[in-house]
Ligand binder design. Sequence first.
Ligand SMILES: Cc1cc2nc3c(=O)[nH]c(=O)nc-3n(C[C@H](O)[C@H](O)[C@H](O)COP(=O)(O)O)c2cc1C
Length: 330
Amino acid sequence: MAGVTDTVFRRFIRNLGGCGLIMTEFTSADGVLRAKDKKAKRYLHFYEDEHPISAQLFGSDPKVMAEAARIVEDLGFDLVDLNLGCPAKKVVKCNGGSGLLRDLPAISEIFKAVRAAVTIPFTVKFRAGWNDENIICVELAKMAEDCGLCAVALHARTREQGYSGQARWDWVAAVKQAVKIPVIGNGDIRTPEDACAMVAQTACDAVMIGRTAPANPWIFRQIEQYSEWIRGGSGGASDRAYEVPSEADRYEMIRTYFAMLIEEELPDAPGKMKQFASWFTHGVAGGAALRKGIYESKSASEILERVETFFEERLQLCSVGMDSRSQQML
Ligand SMILES: Cc1cc2nc3c(=O)[nH]c(=O)nc-3n(C[C@H](O)[C@H](O)[C@H](O)COP(=O)(O)O)c2cc1C
């Protein structure tokens, strides 16, 4: 996810467990070829403990895409993925991302060029079509299979929809029925229950999580725990389907992530901290005040300080509440 899944976030998610495959932010293939393009270089920087990791590219020129894919392979990525989902005007204007959904022959050229250029698995992430009148997800998935792609991931919305409305999981089911390669379902999975419902309703082979990840980075582990729990007959030894983090866990999490951001010396650490804090503190009591404080902060260390003060006060309040409750019980 652009602006989210940098190396720090990816390692952070890896450490929490449950996530099978992680992916870079989408990266311009043109940028990858421009040796001096600092952004592309940063996007494709990863550490050994991130494996298995996929690099996501966008672009419209088959030759450029093939060359960029080769570079990605040489950098040691486990997979290369083509983005046909990004709805941003800037990207669509150059026929990148979801812009290509209007031109299946052009997509076919890119599929063939990239497939011939690399030996690592090649996958595609796409939307169902440009708009409701042009749903091409089944055709596109079949084309991907015919061109030797190893898996397809469908965000079950159209480009015109952006992020509005409901993801149409029936489109994932239709794609799954049409191809033999693995199908990854994506769109509106917010809980472990949603993830299992997506699999039950569409028979997809895996699920992909977007916006829930920064709001609840435990989602991957929770899905793993929940699936095991279901497989064990919804109960088994434990009566809890999956772990729900405590306030202390949330505190530890945000502190760890912010400390990692500072340590990595990313150019926009304060901006990233602000963005993450706004996702992560939704649903936390008093979170609005913390978000305001964070937005007013001028540096990464000031943000960290505000987070520490906020959670320490909250945790103290919690323990006072518990003490008085236990005294009442006595
Ligand atoms: C801020 C933001 C950045 C995103 N960046 C990417 C990206 O770089 N590549 C991609 O394939 N999808 C990207 N997406 C789309 C998500 O991967 C996902 O397909 C979409 O949000 C629907 O899934 P969800 O309901 O789990 O969020 C982005 C979404 C958001 C909100």
